[in-house]
Design a binder for this molecule. Structure first.
Ligand code: ZN
Length: 335
């Protein structure tokens, strides 16, 4: 039997008769999910153990506490403040953040190196909290269980396949859930930012950081004569031209608390001063933060004191492709 002949409608009917629905914390509407809240927490806890077996927690208590503090403040203002959230900084050079069902949220040192304010950090965490509160991971998991069940019925197999797919974790990359879920996570993230007091605009800045990574890689790929890395389809256009993104984030400005807290460029940079940074496969460096006090300071001049080149310094400082250090502001170099 050809699986393509099965309509989505029959898949949903089948799955609903097998299990049921639960109310979505964000919309309050009944959701098509096969997983209860307790199962979700258990899945998350198991996934958390699996992640810490393959990836390392970054060994710096004060940085972990800083990230956790901001994450908890956002989570308290979220649509699911009743569950326990865990925020973990992973010692990993990939530029990544992700969430597991049940409130387990991760950000890599690789991504933290490229952020330039506490507002941006809160934007990343708020986006991931949005995936948890809207139960995107659970929905994704339910969809894959439903299709596994369907496949099993079609193939007249036992339920072993269901158990297997339950154990598979959808650990999505920062933009790995598909456009609609990503946009909803951005919307929720912006709302949580505003409720805590940050500018919802920081959410756009985060998208800009990711877009710059993609552009930088394209430039490098051209120079090295290779294909650019496949990103999770961040955006086809620049985030500031994306109307839907502008709209959902703009909506968060209605909260009176929006923008009452500093985006805190300096505070964030001071926290990541000294953080490990992967230069390439064989070389590690550290982030060194200093103030641009010399007149006419350029990234070309800073590159002479740094272990990475001019363009990567721009990327690290949110100035790619053609900015220069702002006089009197803090800048990062790599040593
Ligand atoms: Zn996402």
């Amino acid at each position: 039997m050809n699986i393509k002949n099965i309509s989505v409608g029959s898949l949903i009917v089948l799955a609903i008769t097998l299990a049921g629905c639960s109310a979505n914390p964000v919309t309050g509407k009944k959701d098509f999910t096969l997983i209860s809240k307790d199962e979700e927490t258990a899945m998350g806890a198991q996934g958390h153990r699996d992640i810490l077996k393959t990836m390392k927690r970054y060994n710096n208590a004060s940085l972990q506490a800083y990230v956790n503090g901001i994450g908890q403040a956002l989570a308290r203002k979220s649509h699911r403040s009743g569950i326990r959230y865990t925020f973990t900084v992973l010692d990993d050079p990939s530029v990544n953040a992700f969430a597991l069902p049940g409130g387990y949220i991760y950000i890599t040192t690789g991504l933290m190196a490229y952020l330039n304010s506490e507002g941006e950090l809160a934007g990343v965490l708020g986006h991931e909290i949005g995936h948890v509160t809207a139960r995107h991971g659970v929905k994704q998991q339910s969809a894959s269980i439903a299709s596994a069940i369907l496949l099993d019925i079609l193939a007249k197999k036992t339920s072993a396949g269901n158990a297997r797919s339950l154990n598979q974790f959808g650990t999505a990359l920062i933009r790995g859930y598909g456009r609609d879920h990503e946009l909803q996570a951005d919307q929720l993230g912006a709302e949580y930012l505003a409720r805590v007091g940050y500018q919802p605009q920081s959410m756009i800045d985060v998208v800009r950081v990711l877009k710059a990574q993609e552009e930088f890689d394209k430039l490098q790929a051209r120079q090295e004569g290779r294909k650019p890395r496949a990103y999770h389809g961040v955006f086809s256009t620049h985030p500031s031209n994306d109307k839907r993104l502008q709209q959902v984030i703009g909506a968060a400005k209605r909260f009176k608390s929006a923008g009452t807290r500093s985006t805190n460029h300096d505070g964030y940079l001071k926290h990541i001063n000294g953080m490990k940074y992967r230069i390439d496969k064989r070389h590690n460096g550290r982030i060194v933060v200093g103030r641009a006090t010399t007149r006419g300071l350029t990234y070309a001049k800073l590159a002479r004191r740094s272990k990475v080149g001019e363009q990567r310094l721009r990327l690290l400082n949110g100035m790619f492709p053609k900015g220069q250090p702002v006089h009197g502001r803090l800048v990062k170099i790599i040593n």
